[in-house]
Design a protein around this ligand. Sequence first.
Ligand code: FE2
Length: 360
Amino acid sequence: MKYILGIDTTFHSSAVGLIDEEGKVIINEKVDLDFTSQEAKKFYNFHNRNLLLLLKPILEKYEKDIFLICASSLEGPFHAMPVGAVVANTISHIFEKKIMGVKHEMAHIHANWLDRSIEDFSFPIIGLNASGAHSSIYAMKSQLDITKIYELKWRDDAEKPTGLGALFDIICSSMGINLKRGDGGAHLEILALAGKSRYKEKLLDWPLKRENKFLNLENTELYISEKLKSLNYYSLTDEEKKIFQKDFSSSVLDALFDLLISELFRLAKETGAKEIHSVGGITLNKIFCQKLASFCKINNLNFKIPAKLDYCLDNGAMVAISGYMKWKNEEFSQSEKSGFLTIEPSDSYYKYYVKHVLGS
Ligand SMILES: [Fe+2]
């Protein structure tokens, strides 16, 4: 059996994965960094050290049978993504393996192919790819024919993360709940599951505009704080706030997920989609998945999320399968053909870093 190695250091995870030629996951391991502060030296040293530790046992056991090394190399912060890409490129030279660069967002979409075969899928497909840093709706005509239809936008500052995960953090902080960055989604879900969606009707006017490539939930931060104000949240006692937070979280998620799901269905109708997919961190949200699964069932659409929850967050196996698909389709760039990865960190994160990390 031949294997494909995937490496991802797009943001806070040092991740490596090994899959076989049928897309079966053999190894998928990662270590996560607390990214509350984002100093470059912390990221460099974390990824550098952890990649060496994670890769050593894999190379010792499987090196001879690995024929392709894939790495996220085409988007992501300058202080994270290039570390994995350079390591991948270096070991591909030392061990004389083919090298393939992938886009991190594309790898999330391909995570649905892990531990599944191509016969399991019916095209076209409409999907939601949502996490802390990015959220978009995409259409797939085939495994590699993928079009981003909408990027989700809910704040005007394009340098700050616009993923649903970041939005969940903001909703929590609007209620005065201060958490570690990235923990908002899980916290809102816990609150929502303990509450009742009794304020949903007050949230049916959530502004949504379709603007070119953007699905714009206009000024959500202000919208949420205005709603809390109109429901007298800020004058409640601490005890009353705790009860309110559960019902409000339940209502917010109910209203927001309805908006997203109705958009997915509108696009599924328009494109004749046979399947709806959800990938990325949003897929860990039980409320969202149950809602979407029941909509799909009623509307006779296949619904797929990654075969294991590990495949929803950043991981190396999704990078391996995404690069393997490109390899099968011979989508090598000129530079990859001669054994070099083209590494392109994102400009917008660099601007964010200068302004919000160095500037603060
Ligand atoms: Fe991601």
